[in-house]
Design a protein around this ligand. Structure first.
Ligand code: SF4
Ligand code: SF4
Length: 223
């Protein structure tokens, strides 16, 4: 799932400076699961902002509302009558949700209040670890299920860089070399032949926004 972390309160405070009525919009999707942008966090942020405002002697109305998912039109339209009442919207969703809301309510300034960090796994309550950067060319099947884009400092697709420092990455003695781990995993599975299969290099040149259509829906959208 997408993982995010909240911006410092001062940055949020500065972003809403000058707006009289602010609606803080949470998202019940990934950001809610990673405990940064659901209704509970909307309430907590609003309470924190109100304390700051009071200390600064500023009068401002800050309300909160959480939609099930900001990245989906049918949920976002719940805000159609509410959003225009405000001078500014702040979003606790990931970057996709923020952009979706900014597009739907294009006359109202929208500010993100979280930084979208990664696609990752839950390590523990409130602790997450990045596992995927959505490169669009997944090679996990050849790398023993270890992502070379996320785990290797250079995002190499075809073996180590040559700078490997013992068992570690050349950038740090505390970060294991991703390709050594891939080698060990494949060896363990008796699949070392896969490490010799040269993969096409990453198509970084394809930097336009990608639209994803799942195969069963192709006839509906690509006919
Ligand atoms: S190779 Fe890594 S970054 Fe690319 S899709 Fe697979 S897991 Fe994600
Ligand atoms: S040492 Fe290993 S993890 Fe680090 S950049 Fe080189 S191949 Fe990648």
């Amino acid at each position: 799932m997408v993982k995010a972390e909240r911006k410092p309160v001062q940055e949020i405070f500065d972003a809403i400076n000058g707006y009289g009525k602010v609606l803080n919009v949470g998202c019940g999707g990934c950001v809610s699961v990673c405990l940064v942008g659901g209704q509970k966090e909307v309430n907590a942020l609003n309470a924190e902002l109100k304390v700051h405002l009071e200390k600064a002697g500023i009068r401002k109305r800050i309300d909160g509302y959480t939609v099930e998912r900001q990245c989906n039109e049918s949920f976002l339209k719940e805000l159609d009558s509410k959003a225009p009442e405000y001078d500014c919207l702040v979003s606790m969703a990931c970057g996709a949700g923020v952009q979706h809301m900014a597009q739907r309510f294009s006359k109202i300034p929208v500010h993100p209040v979280v930084n979208t960090v990664s696609i990752g796994i839950d390590k523990d309550l409130g602790m997450y670890e990045e596992r995927c950067r959505a490169c669009g060319h997944c090679v996990l099947g050849y790398t023993g299920g270890i992502c070379p884009v996320t785990r290797c400092a250079k995002g190499l697709f075809n073996g180590p860089c040559g700078g490997t420092n013992g068992d570690n990455c050349e950038i740090s003695n505390e970060i294991p070399c991703a390709w050594l781990d891939i080698y060990k995993r494949l060896k363990n599975q008796d699949r070392l032949g896969d490490i010799l299969k040269v993969r096409p290099h990453m198509e970084w040149q394809n930097q336009s926004p990608r639209t994803i259509i799942q195969e069963p829906y192709e006839r509906r959208y690509l006919a």
